[in-house]
Design a protein around this ligand. Structure first.
Ligand code: GLV
Ligand code: GLV
Length: 321
């Protein structure tokens, strides 16, 4: 059957699809396709292997045609896909959870460390030739070891971050989630608390929620004002979960100490003024960008397509809730 891959991904998954006997076309353009290009390319295919930069809605699904069985997103998040439109057309949606959990948790930890210890700022300072010798007050940051980490959204990635922080850095773990995790609580002494308590008492706050109507601008002026002035805020989830203008103000006014963001509200554009601030570390949506994670995401996306085209339930079927 025909599979269209909207952008080049690691070869392993493409090989699996070919070995399963499918006809695979990979977009030759090393950029996101326009709506028109996407509509044209998906016409007549049974499966689409999509990127989080592809908006998949009724227009694209209808352009594909009634034979379309599955859209396999090359990401754990799937806010780029309209699940209702897919369900109405009986198109299965899959994602790539688990295989990127550790990579993203590592990056969240790296951003915490980088913002707390002013690593990027120190690097810029050193490269600019500003170092004149050891100084008692040069680039002072915040301790990480033994501090309190507040995790908003304790799914796979949030839990993986919690374990790193508790076991490696003796941090006290607070979290806010609809579901408490008794097993994790027993293992590392974590505690599910109200959002306000988490915001007021955490030294580090890391966000791990999906982008939903209910999580859009979950962090805005009010939330930043509730945080400690010494707090470090980290976002590796989705940009629009944070009101970026409010984050800019909070960093400027000193409502918080620093921030590390891997996802931006208006990707690929950064809110004006953010890049001039010394106390934010910015990575370009690369939290899952390890060689291992990306190879595994390719494999998992292919396995989801192969199962769906056999008429089986794919391993990572996303359900409409
Ligand atoms: C990346 O943001 C992903 O959802 O996999
Ligand atoms: C999100 O989907 C996660 O894996 O935490």
């Amino acid at each position: 059957m025909k599979v269209f891959v909207t952008r080049k991904i690691p070869q392993v998954g493409l090989d699996l699809l070919a070995q399963a006997g499918h006809m695979v076309e990979v977009s030759e353009l090393d950029r996101p396709l326009t709506r028109d290009e996407l509509k044209q390319k998906v016409s007549g295919v049974e499966a689409i292997l999509s990127q989080l930069t592809d908006k998949i809605d009724e227009e694209i699904l209808d352009a594909a045609g009634k034979q379309l069985k599955v859209v396999a997103n090359y990401a754990v998040g799937y806010d780029n896909i309209n699940l209702k439109d897919a369900e109405t057309r009986r198109v299965l949606i899959t994602n790539t959870p688990d295989v990127l959990t550790d990579a993203v948790a590592d990056q969240a930890f790296a951003l915490m460390m980088a913002a707390a210890r002013r690593i990027a700022e120190s690097d810029r300072f050193a490269r600019a030739g500003k170092y004149t010798g050891w100084q008692p007050f040069l680039l002072l940051g915040q301790d990480v070891f033994g501090k309190t980490l507040g995790i908003v959204g304790l799914g796979r990635i949030g839990s993986a971050l919690a374990k790193r922080a508790a076991k490696g850095f003796s941090m006290r773990i607070l979290y806010h989630d609809q579901k408490p995790n008794a097993e994790l609580d027993a293992e590392i002494g974590s505690k599910n608390v109200e959002m306000d308590e988490l915001l007021k008492t955490s030294d580090f706050i890391s966000v791990h929620v999906p982008l939903l109507d209910s999580t859009r601008h979950l962090f805005s002026t009010k939330q930043f004002e509730m945080m400690k002035k010494t707090a470090v805020f980290v976002n590796t989830s989705r940009g629009p979960v944070v009101d970026e203008a409010a984050l800019l103000e909070a960093l400027k006014k000193g409502d918080i100490f620093g921030a590390g963001i891997d996802v931006w509200e208006f990707e690929p554009k950064l809110t004006a003024g953010l890049s001039e601030l010394p106390n934010i570390v910015i990575t370009p949506h690369t939290a899952s960008a390890t060689i291992e994670a990306r190879n595994n995401m390719s494999k998992v996306a292919a396995e989801n397509i192969i199962a769906a085209l056999k008429g089986e339930v794919p391993p990572n079927l996303v359900k409409l809730v």
